[in-house]
Design a protein around this ligand. Structure first.
Ligand code: IDP
Ligand code: MG
Length: 150
């Protein structure tokens, strides 16, 4: 089953929105298979956001993600990568549809609350950056057949 990395960014924790964000993804049917509260250090931030190293906003992005704790989690489900991206909404909250997390709770590109992997390949790499294999659990929920047609 497909897995994706989600980060609840510092702004979301500071604003008390982590429970709301987890609830939205969990109630969509995605299964939580790993979760931790953590402080991102600069090494991890540079690795995670390395693709943006040349961008003008990179320095601010690294400063922001290391500024206060985050919640990292792995979510599992059919097409989990695309499902999370659609629940997140567009990167710029101005363009994010109402009903999405960014569209309902964010205003600013640099304070857009949530990260979700953008492809299966980046999900695999990002999950390995944030979690050891032993931290990712494999379990069944009684509701699984009511969420996914097997
Ligand atoms: P994504 O989070 O929707 O995948 P990316 O393009 O991967 O968006 O950018 C990573 C993060 O960098 C964004 O979530 C946002 O916080 C920040 N970011 C992207 N573009 C800008 C910008 O133009 N100004 C400020 N921050 C930006
Ligand atoms: Mg991205």
């Amino acid at each position: 089953m497909e897995q994706t990395l989600v980060l609840i960014k510092p702004d979301a924790l500071q604003r008390g929105l982590s429970g709301t964000i987890i609830a939205r993804l969990e109630s969509r049917g995605l299964k939580l298979v790993a979760l931790k509260l953590m402080q991102v250090g600069s090494d991890l931030a540079l690795q995670h956001y390395g693709e943006h190293a040349e961008k003008s906003f990179f320095k601010g992005l690294v400063k922001f993600i290391t500024s206060s704790p985050i919640i990292a989690m792995v979510l599992e489900g059919n097409e989990a990568v695309a499902i999370v991206r659609s629940s997140m909404g567009e990167t710029n909250p101005k363009n994010a549809d109402p009903g999405t997390i960014r569209g309902d709770f964010a205003l600013d590109m640099g304070r857009n609350l949530i990260h979700g992997s953008d492809s299966i390949d980046s999900a695999r790499k990002e999950i390995a950056l944030f979690f050891a294999d032993t931290e990712i659990l494999n379990y069944q929920r009684g509701t699984d057949p009511w969420i996914t047609e097997l």
